[in-house]
Design a protein around this ligand. Sequence first.
Ligand SMILES: [Zn+2]
Length: 346
Amino acid sequence: MEYISGEILTKDGFIKGYIGFQNKKIIEFGSEKPKKKPIATGFIIPTLINSHTHIGDHFIKKLKINLPKNIEKLVAPPNGLKHKLLNDTPEKEIINGMKESINIMSNSGTSKFFDFRENGISGIIQLNKATRDNKNISPVILSRPNQLRYDKDEINLILNNSQGIGLSSITDWNYSEILKIAKHTKLKKKIFTIHSSERLRENIDQILDLKPDFLIHMNYATESDLIRVKENNISIVICPRSNKFFKLKTNYKIMEKLDINLMLGTDNAMINTPNILTELKYYKKINKIDSNEKLLNMITYNPRKALNLDYNIPDIKSSKEFIILDKTSLEIRNIPFSHEEIKNDN
Ligand SMILES: [Zn+2]
């Protein structure tokens, strides 16, 4: 039997301990010292979750064009540069870009990513083609209709093929259409989420009336808006490197103070690598956060909480999916025991 030891991140915080495994199976864990010298030490944590991606635009990175730093010109539907390029590019090229994003995430310990899927049902099919060959990572697909309008049949179709809806923003849409989509999504018991107050403050009543499961950004929300979000027990995904790229105002300090359930996302793959550890380290640096527990929760337990997943390590029965990080660099340790191997060995 081989051992790894260190600080195990449970859902109630860090505990010191070790995990013993053999033939890629977890045999034991304990809080004492392991019986044999461990092959690696560090933070033993659940596999990572990237809570906000658009990997469909990864191919744009390879075009080596100067991307406008104006959020509307670059990403707003239907006329943003990204949407023009998505419509003009052969599907194979889009899928190959997605595959690159998926490999980057999988190689950095990510087992799940919440992808905001553009282009209706064809966008969902593209993502499924891209993830098919990688058994170590699975998407939470948050789809959207092809056009900025509600069509009952289309919503049924995309909801039957995804985990829910992820819309651009109430500013881009006619509000009554969004409301119909949100109600339809809730009726089907699927996830509803939306980019909110990213580049300007949006009406908090309108946002909350949509009954979102979680919100993306909230950069321009006021403190009173954020208090309402907290009171409604809604989680927020923040994307610090994306905010930096677009030079947007941020609200991290208030969100932290209000103890909102915060998650991290890497946003558009054409702008930033989808490696969530890179995002985490950037957030740690700009906010001078010392608590590794707080930081690591943002990419492990907090998103699982937002999805209502009951999850904990080390629990041999319910979970075999964990990784080990170097305590100083927060980089994934290269040991012969990865979540990939565990997952392939049920
Ligand atoms: Zn986004």
